[in-house]
Design a protein around this ligand. Structure first.
Ligand code: PLP
Length: 385
């Protein structure tokens, strides 16, 4: 196997982000002796509990939630599963779930499994820009709907769903609403005092915290059964808390809240420059979801009929990390289910690259990619000819 150049231009922040220095320092402090199990009564335990509660407060502040509404999990996938399985367990008569065609595999794969056990799933389609119509979600509700589960921002295209409008509809119908905000949290403002969802997931490693900590927000007064039983997390999630990762997550939420709008504006400027540059050097390119409201950091670009995998590998050889749609789809030759749901044909979907920017990218990163791209696209085109 040929040695790869370490990526010095990392444009795959929707897969995961570098751990922020602030998070690392906070985590190291709680890995030193003197910090115990947060469930212990002695001083070391109380110190751990204090750190846990501090982190809970930071997550709550980022979301406009109350600290007791924050349940720590191991990752976004666990939070999504806890929401879906917990909502289904509330009432055995309610066996119907509403979702979309473009959810993350952590949701889609669980729902596919649940269908085999007799649960009915309605998948509301998106349009060619990846937009979801709130009226179509409302129309999919049935008397036995246990839950509506939808993402706030799509991980492949960055397209944002109109969560506030959908939440009004679900509230009016008395149906619980779970939002997968794994890609949205820390990138666009979220204020749960204004958006009446019952459940919301996020994941630390998308926010420059390390992997190992996620969150399920559970609105006060809304009860769901845990996935893991135990006394921790107010009996909502058993098992010892991953304190270092949770402290990292708390610190990442504080960092995100500090400069959310400034970062969003800066990163969006870089993303727009990248898209303009790509269109200038390859006019046949198409930005998927460009007609919809999008995350400021994500650009999913179709390079006509060129092979996306070859473009990605060539960028990688030059030290630029990007992704082919979802990271989880890496290595597979199947086209992205998100792009297919937006009406793209197999060949166009396979010609697509996801650039996802973040806090540590600069104008120089964008310029370097734009310098490399014409040569790479020319080589890939020549190989196809
Ligand atoms: N939901 C979305 C939208 C995601 O993008 C991801 C990860 O890529 C997840 C859920 C799963 O999160 P985790 O990797 O923390 O399990």
């Amino acid at each position: 196997m040929t040695e790869k150049v370490a990526a010095d231009i990392y444009l795959d922040n929707n897969a995961t982000g570098a751990v922020a220095r602030e998070c690392l320092e906070a985590m190291l402090a709680c890995l030193r002796p003197g910090v115990g199990n947060p469930s212990s009564r002695h001083a070391a335990g109380m110190r751990a509990k204090g750190l846990l509660q501090e982190a809970r407060g930071e997550v709550a502040a980022l979301l406009g939630a109350r600290p007791p509404e924050i349940v720590f999990t191991s990752c976004g996938t666990e939070a999504n599963h806890m929401a879906i399985l917990g909502a289904l367990a509330r009432d055995p008569q309610r066996t119907h779930i509403v979702t979309s065609t473009v959810e993350h595999p952590s949701t889609l794969m669980l729902l596919r499994h649940l269908e085999e056990t007799g649960i009915r799933v309605s998948r509301v389609p998106v349009d060619t820009e990846g937009r979801l119509d709130p009226d179509a979600v409302r129309a999919a509700l049935a008397p036995d709907t246990a839950l509506v589960t939808l993402m706030w921002a799509n991980n492949e295209t960055g397209v944002l769903f109109p969560i506030a409008r959908i939440a009004e509809a679900t509230r009016a119908a008395g149906v619980p609403f779970h939002v997968d905000a794994v890609q949205a949290a820390g990138r666009v403002p979220i204020d749960l005092t204004q958006v009446p969802v019952e459940l919301l997931s996020l994941s630390g490693h998308k926010l420059h915290a390390p992997p190992g900590a996620g969150v399920l927000f559970v609105r006060k007064g809304f009860r769901i059964a845990p996935l893991l039983w135990g006394h921790q997390e107010r009996r909502m999630r058993g098992g010892i808390e991953n304190l270092p990762a949770i402290v990292g997550l708390g610190s990442a939420c504080a960092l995100a809240r500090e400069d959310l709008e400034t970062q969003a504006r800066r990163v969006c400027g870089l993303r727009d420059d990248l898209e303009r540059g790509i269109m200038a050097c390859f006019p046949a390119a198409r930005i998927h979801g460009a007609g919809a409201p999008r995350l400021p950091n994500t650009s999913n670009v179709g390079f006509a009929t060129l092979d996306g995998e070859q473009i990605m590998d060539a960028l990688d050889r030059h030290g630029v990390a990007v992704s082919l749609g979802a990271a989880c789809a890496l290595g597979g030759s199947e086209p992205s289910h998100v792009l297919t749901a937006m009406g793209l044909e197999r060949r166009s979907a396979l010609a697509s690259i996801r650039f996802s920017l973040g806090r540590y990218n600069t104008q120089a990163c964008v310029e370097r990619v734009l310098t490399l791209l014409p040569g790479i696209l020319g080589e890939v085109a020549a190989r196809a000819a």
